[in-house]
Design a protein around this ligand. Structure first.
Ligand code: NAP
Length: 297
């Protein structure tokens, strides 16, 4: 069985930051992820509120951070964590591929997109349904698409898609957005974005196994080829729910970012907090790492 000082679960912004701080302090750290490094920022087309970059797209920022971990020779391993066994001063991380023994753990597993829950939603992913405008937007060049949601992600990605697509319908269940004013003002002025407020997607219709139109609860039918779903995210805590305290699915941590289990810390979007931002995830990664360094001593 592999032995390390600290396993960082999740190679998103928080996990990569924590790994950089740990490695630079001489801690034997291993990063684990079930996807590509960067996590949720890989779904973000343009970031304009992360200091140091007036504008940077999510995947480029993720790659920059990953390059930094590579330069420090921080091992990055693929694997889905299934459970964590707490043996007191040691923990065993069980993945689908192996078991890893560690003195401490940082959980930075982030969140995954929330689904609408419509019957054909999953079967149409890749055939008109997407959770990533930046990845799939170009497939809908000069076509009519829908963005569902009223938060910062939905508005930001609607603006991104409006540069590529013919028409972007923005469907939101209320008549006010849960987003920064700068995005709301741009949406209201954009000639290619048509707001559909106070309504929800009732049905996604398909033709030859591809999205062809959607019907709304207000009775309207929109003829579209793409549906981009940005209705929030859910924390990735299924592997830890039997061990750590959760609130609404999110990990509960103290001021040191330690969970209820000594030696298990958490940071980034997976924790219960007020503000979910790249800048807060970075700060928490650094704080969790500095507390682990003290814990290991
Ligand atoms: P969010 O802020 O939770 O917004 C989710 C949106 O989806 C809300 O408007 C919500 O409607 C709607 N919604 C939820 N469930 C729905 C359902 N079943 N059917 C229809 N609509 C539904 O999620 P997010 O936009 O992904 O953002 C997540 C976090 O990241 C936020 O804290 C956000 O500020 C942050 N973020 C920041 C930036 C930035 O600073 N540039 C960019 C992206 C994300 P209601 O409003 O009615 O609840």
């Amino acid at each position: 069985m592999k032995n390390v000082d600290c396993v960082v679960i999740g190679a998103g912004v928080a996990g990569m930051t924590a790994s950089i701080y740990l490695k630079r302090a001489g801690v034997d750290v291993l990063m684990l992820d079930q996807g590509v490094p960067g996590g949720q920022i890989n779904r973000t087309s343009m970031i304009e509120n992360y200091p140091g970059f007036k504008q940077i797209d999510g995947p480029t920022l993720a790659l920059n951070m990953f390059d930094q971990t590579n330069a420090l020779d921080i091992p990055y391993q693929y694997g889905t964590v299934e459970s964590i066994e707490n043996l007191g001063n040691e923990k065993i991380v069980h993945t689908d591929l192996e078991q890893i023994r560690a003195k401490a753990i940082i959980i930075a597993s982030g969140r995954k997109p929330r689904e609408l829950g419509l019957p054909n939603e999953n079967s149409l992913v890749g055939h008109g349904i997407s959770y990533c405008a930046y990845c799939d937007g170009m497939l809908y060049k000069d076509q009519d698409v829908v963005v569902v949601g009223g938060g910062n992600s939905a508005l930001e990605e609607a603006l991104y898609l409006a540069d590529i697509c013919k028409t972007v319908y923005l469907v939101h269940r209320r008549n006010t957005y849960r987003a920064d004013d700068i995005f709301v003002q741009k949406i209201k002025k954009h000639p290619k974005i048509i707001e559909k407020l106070n309504t929800e997607v009732k049905e996604i219709r398909e033709k030859e196994e591809k999205v062809s139109e959607i019907s709304l609860t207000n009775g309207e039918v929109l003829s579209v080829t793409g549906v981009f779903i940005y209705i929030g995210q859910l924390p990735e805590t299924s592997f830890i729910k039997d061990l750590c305290t959760l609130n609404d699915g999110y990990l509960v941590v103290n001021n040191h970012l330690e969970t209820n289990i000594p030696g298990i810390y958490a940071c980034g979007d997976v924790i219960k907090k007020d503000l979910y931002q790249i800048s807060t995830a970075v700060g928490e990664g650094a704080i969790a790492a500095s507390n682990i360094i003290k814990y290991l001593k």
